[in-house]
Design a protein around this ligand. Structure first.
Ligand SMILES: *Cc1c(COP(=O)(O)O)cnc(C)c1O
Length: 356
């Protein structure tokens, strides 16, 4: 068994910061737990992993990740159930996606079971950092970046893999307003949209800022060729309920990030016997349905927000308002199920939880 053979050196902090945390008012992503995990790659192999006190990194100014962008990450959450055990939600899917991101970016991979085990080891050391308050979680950020100190474009020979965690509050406290973007592009066929790689997020900032200036929190991305098909919303997958049917863009093109949350929403709603379709969705289909009042729900799906209800959708200067969030049967049911499940309060019908 991996949990017996994988050796992780643990060096615990003498100065825990846990007493200084305001557990009632946690922002998202600004508070960091006491420890981090570090594992270096050189000469074609991973060195032994170490858990140590959370601290700054020191790096060479030519560190290649900074210049050439070989950098990938994951995002997942841990919660604690009433009996004190830690619950992870489908970590195997993050492990698998991490491998895919690494491959696309010419970076070494990490065995999926090792990835999950390393996440568990770090979370176990900082398990007291898992917040108790409703809607709060321990956000987990595994990531890898190229570390050669070399100026020139080629895959780095050395890398660092790390994990740190952040106790977090809610990501969006209100429904979001989004605009269908028809000029800027998040991802194009043959590009890196499917990889959770740093540059995708850097590139999305400018279009998102333009959208903010028009009063929208996020954009709905459309395909990079014709801007005809709906792809994602901000850094979430997008789902709609139209004529009582749950629909979401299919992942056939390599421009859509394969979200764990979205996959889980599809699987659980199918399991409940709801009408679910994963297929190409045109902007025209959605705009027509919005005009005719046939869109009863729209929401983003992602680990940070889980289910983020969309209040308004903007398109070419018009703004369409969706029904009140309280009336949304599908997203409310899914949201409640996933929230309860992640706290160990709902039956794990699909076998999604990893407990320790
Ligand atoms: C991370 C991410 C998502 C959501 O994926 P989850 O696995 O559900 O967290 C969706 N779209 C983009 C672009 C992302 O980076």
């Amino acid at each position: 068994m991996l949990n017996e053979t994988l050796s992780v050196k643990i060096n615990k902090t003498q100065n825990s910061k846990i007493e200084s945390v305001d557990w009632e008012n946690l922002p998202f992503g600004k508070v960091f737990s006491d420890h981090m995990l570090v594992m270096n790659y050189k000469d074609g192999a991973w060195m032994s992993p170490e858990i140590k006190p959370f601290a700054d990194l020191s790096m060479h100014p030519a560190t290649s990740a900074i210049h050439y962008g070989q950098s990938v990450f994951e995002g997942m959450k841990a919660n604690r159930s009433e009996d004190g055990s830690v619950l992870l939600f489908r970590p195997d899917m993050n492990a698998k996606r991490f491998v895919e991101s690494c491959e696309r970016m010419c970076m070494p991979t990490i065995d999926e079971d090792v990835f999950t085990e390393l996440v568990k080891r770090l979370v176990d050391v900082d398990r007291d950092w898992i917040p108790e308050k409703d809607g709060y979680s321990l956000y987990i950020r595994p990531f890898m970046f190229a570390t050669d100190d070399f100026i020139g474009i080629k895959p780095s020979d050395t890398y660092t893999f790390m994990i740190f965690t952040c106790p977090v509050g809610v990501y969006y406290s209100n429904p979001v307003n989004v605009k269908i973007e028809e000029f800027y592009t998040r991802a194009s066929q043959g590009g890196v949209g499917r990889a959770k790689t740093a540059g995708n997020y850097g590139a999305s900032l400018y279009p998102a800022k333009k959208g903010n200036e028009e009063g929208f929190h996020q954009l709905i991305w459309t395909d990079g060729v014709e801007h005809k098909y709906i792809e994602e919303s901000g850094t979430m997958n997008i789902m709609f309920v139209v004529d009582g049917k749950l629909i979401t863009p299919s992942e056939d093109s390599d421009t859509i990030l394969k979200g764990v949350t979205k996959r889980s929403v599809v699987e659980i709603t199918q399991h409940w016997g709801l009408d679910v379709e994963e297929r190409k969705i045109t902007v025209e289909e959605i705009v027509t349905a919005l005009k005719e009042g046939r869109v009863s729900e729209a929401f983003g799906a992602g680990t940070a927000a889980t289910i983020a209800p969309i209040a308004k959708i903007g398109f070419r200067g018009d703004v369409y308002e969706l029904p009140a969030v309280e009336t949304r049967e599908v997203s409310n049911r899914v949201s409640e199920y996933l929230t309860n499940l992640k706290l160990g309060k709902a039956e794990d019908e699909m076998n999604w939880l990893v407990t320790f």
